[in-house]
Design a protein around this ligand. Structure first.
Ligand code: GTP
Length: 485
């Protein structure tokens, strides 16, 4: 009876004699039976942020032109009526706010090839484009191939009756293009305009800078950040850094162009046979090898519970003027401030307050935890007066424990970054004693007593942040070093 079953269902045979119904057993299989299920249900903290990614892109090849002759009673010698091959699809990178890192990206992006031409002068279909979404703040480094081309921002509009369905981009003026670009500076006509339509403007080639941005070693994708062999060093020499940046929602760049279709015999001028056959074949799409990197939003992020005084501190250490309020969640989106030193400058982000359960999207949740992923240094801001004299809140050491736990729940290893503690509101009654207690309970990381409102203790914090960003010091706040009752 069971012999005819496919192999995957054969184990039902063994379940038949068990007390359970085989169907119940089949659908209630354990994790060990179904490794694919286990991976789907893997807890959130197993996810690793991928902030550097190597990508191969290839445009679709052009379809071949057709050689055909149409004969009729009236025209015995016939006329050529073979149509041209269709153009291959392009490969685009599109900037999307719903995308946070490169973990969802395929390493090989290949657009569809164009359709072949056919008799009765039918042109081959245009190959479908391949569009991959990347996060805002993606920097493109070029390893091989042509410099990415700028494409118009996709604006949904009604289909023009004369437009071939599936053609993604219409004509754009140079000024339109400039307005959609932040990272790409010069736009000039492409040399290869013969193989690309007018809508494309190639960005000025060449190196724009040699600074690599945004990647923290611990976060980099596993394969790309492993041991640096000789090949990799050689490869590094060939990289053209920062050829393009995607910084605006909807901004697009073409990283590989589709090849032109071959000519059908209807359009060809008189040519020799051997030349003709080469003209019939569609051109291959262009190829490119790129390294994508996520730009960090700031060097330092101020991490703390709501009302700890992060915005006030940002205003004290920089010229930023964030909104300050005596209620929780005054800050609804990150504010950035610049700290300028004589020879150095760094950016600080005031991230909205985190509460217990932020990793489950409580409070302002995931969105801001993700911003923290893209900063190098963490400055924990705690409220020394919280919980004092019957006020709402928890003591600073508990605030720190909860903050570290939230970061770790969101992304394992997120708290393993150079950090310091700002013990704010030292001016409040009883805050001195809490500060002394805090020093005993938290080890191996510097604590700075500060009154952000009066800007007391602020220069010391600024200097310490500079040293952490520079790499001169590298203290880290670890959960084991926090003592909580
Ligand atoms: N006494 C005292 N109060 C302060 C100090 N710093 C900030 N505050 C007050 O604390 C309250 C909260 O300050 P914010 O800077 O808005 O706090 P926040 O951490 O940015 O708050 P969220 O936007 O909710 O994340 C305000 O009423 C500030 O005036 C300080 O050093 N001493």
């Amino acid at each position: 009876m069971w012999g005819h079953l496919p192999k995957s269902l054969q184990h039902i045979k063994t379940l038949r004699h068990s007390s359970k119904s085989p169907w119940i057993s089949l659908f209630s299989c354990s994790y060990s039976d179904a490794p694919h299920k286990r991976s789907k249900l893997a807890p959130l903290q197993e996810r690793r942020m991928v902030d550097r990614f190597r990508l191969y892109a290839k445009g679709g090849g052009g379809g071949s032109g057709c050689t055909s002759t149409r004969r009729s009673r009236h025209d015995r010698r016939g006329r050529p009526d073979g149509g041209n091959g269709g153009r291959g699809g392009d490969v685009f990178l599109e900037c999307s706010p719903t995308c946070w890192d490169f973990s969802g990206l395929q390493p090989h992006l290949i657009a569809q090839r164009g359709g072949h031409g056919s008799s009765k002068n039918k042109i081959g279909t245009r190959g479908a484009d391949k569009i991959a979404q990347v996060p805002i703040g993606t920097v493109i480094h070029l390893l091989k191939g042509e410099t990415p081309c700028v494409a118009e921002r996709q604006i949904p509009k009604d289909l023009d009756p004369w437009e071939i369905p599936g053609t993604p981009i219409g004509d754009v003026t140079e000024s339109d293009q400039q307005s959609t670009l932040t990272g790409l500076t010069t736009a000039e006509d492409s040399d290869s305009s013969s193989s690309q339509p007018d809508r494309i403007v190639e960005e000025s080639a060449g190196m724009k800078g040699t600074t690599q941005m945004g990647s923290t070693d611990s976060q980099s994708s596993s394969s790309s950040s492993e041991s640096c062999s000789e090949d990799e060093t050689e490869e590094k020499d060939q990289i053209q850094y920062n050829v393009a940046e995607l910084t605006v929602q909807g901004q697009r760049v073409i990283i590989a162009c589709g090849g032109e279709g071959g000519m059908g015999n209807v359009s060809s001028v008189k040519v020799f046979d051997d030349e003709e056959s080469s003209l019939r074949v569609g051109l291959p799409g262009s190829e490119a090898v790129l390294i994508l990197e996520l730009k960090s939003i700031a060097d330092v992020s101020l991490v703390g519970m709501p009302n700890a005084g992060k915005s006030t501190l940002l205003g004290a250490i920089s010229r930023a003027k964030p909104a300050v309020g005596h209620y929780a969640f005054t800050t609804l989106r990150p504010n950035l401030g610049n700290l300028n030193f004589e020879d150095f400058s760094l950016t600080v982000a005031d991230v909205p307050g985190l509460i217990k359960g932020a990793h489950e999207n409580r409070g302002l949740g995931h969105a801001f935890l993700r911003h923290i992923e893209r900063t190098k240094v963490l400055a924990y801001v705690v409220d020394l007066a919280s919980g004092l004299d019957g006020r709402i809140g928890t003591p600073p050491w508990e605030q720190l424990r909860d903050l570290v736990l939230e970061l770790e729940h969101h992304l394992e290893g997120l708290s393993n970054r150079p950090s310091l503690i700002v013990a704010n509101k030292i001016d409040e009654d009883g805050a001195e004693e809490v500060y002394e207690e805090l020093k005993k309970r938290v080890q191996d990381v510097s604590i700075f007593p500060v009154c952000a409102v009066l800007e007391e203790g602020v220069p010391e914090v600024k200097l310490a942040l500079k040293k952490l960003v520079n790499g001169e010091t590298s203290d880290t706040l670890v959960l084991d070093k926090i003592t909580v009752d």
